[in-house]
Design a binder for this molecule. Sequence first.
Ligand SMILES: CC(C)=CCC/C(C)=C/CC/C(C)=C/CC/C(C)=C/CC/C(C)=C/CC/C(C)=C/CC/C(C)=C/COP(=O)(O)OP(=O)(O)O
Ligand SMILES: O=P(O)(O)OC[C@@H](O)CO
Ligand SMILES: [Mg+2]
Length: 229
Amino acid sequence: MYDMNKWQHIFKLDPNKEISDDNLEQICDSGTDAIIVGGTDHVTLDGVLHLLSRIRRYVVPVILEISNLDVITPGFDFYYIPMVMNSKDKKWMMDIHHHAVKTYGDVMDWDNVMVEGYCILNEDAKAFQLTNCTIPDEEGVLAYALMAEKMFRLPIFYIEYSGKLGDPALVKKVKQKLDHTLLFYGGGIHTAEEAKQMKENADVVIVGNSIYENFKQALTTVKAVKGEG
Ligand SMILES: CC(C)=CCC/C(C)=C/CC/C(C)=C/CC/C(C)=C/CC/C(C)=C/CC/C(C)=C/CC/C(C)=C/COP(=O)(O)OP(=O)(O)O
Ligand SMILES: O=P(O)(O)OC[C@@H](O)CO
Ligand SMILES: [Mg+2]
């Protein structure tokens, strides 16, 4: 029904943060290609279900990015599963996932499940600290991208700078390594110009915190990446 390969822009909404009905309507009707529901900490099942029911008033596809086992629930169009490639702990790549598949494997619709190979590059991001990441050098990032596509055949490689604008030159080099795996870029995008710049090389840009910090500017990122701004 939805063709993820055509997506260019996604808003990420945090169930742990407040958004008014009016702002939520503008986000869902903005022309963005999808909404991800997710965050790093204090993400609860109640918060997720409440936000899902509010987003479901609109026609936009809605994805649950699973950050902890308690929030797994039916009703989303897609489920994104982060696998943190630059974590020092196997737990964040394999063990939690293994446990979840033991529990849900028989009832999962695998067509709706996409694994995201995450490379988290902002040391100050909560997700970086939680998952005990290490910063790779440029060669290291490029190798993770190749592993995501060629070894694991992941649908998504996600360059994550959560909270900070990343390096567009690095995004460009990563894109040059990938033939099939989609390149997601997220982190620190506030303005239309920043969104447009990252979209020059990423397949999809993700805008999160700016929704809660400068709502009007966040909305302008949609048209910017779609070449309408
Ligand atoms: C019947 C039914 C319910 C069907 C669904 C079945 C299904 C899809 C089951 C899932 C199976 C599965 C393999 C699950 C894996 C579960 C899991 C918890 C995996 C670990 C994920 C992980 C590595 C989490 C760590 C945190 C992290 C990397 C989150 C990713 C998102 C992220 C980086 C958010 C950034 O947060 P942000 O909002 O920027 O942070 P701030 O709060 O600082 O803004
Ligand atoms: O919140 P920001 O910094 O926009 O980052 C978006 C997203 O990549 C977070 O997972
Ligand atoms: Mg956030």
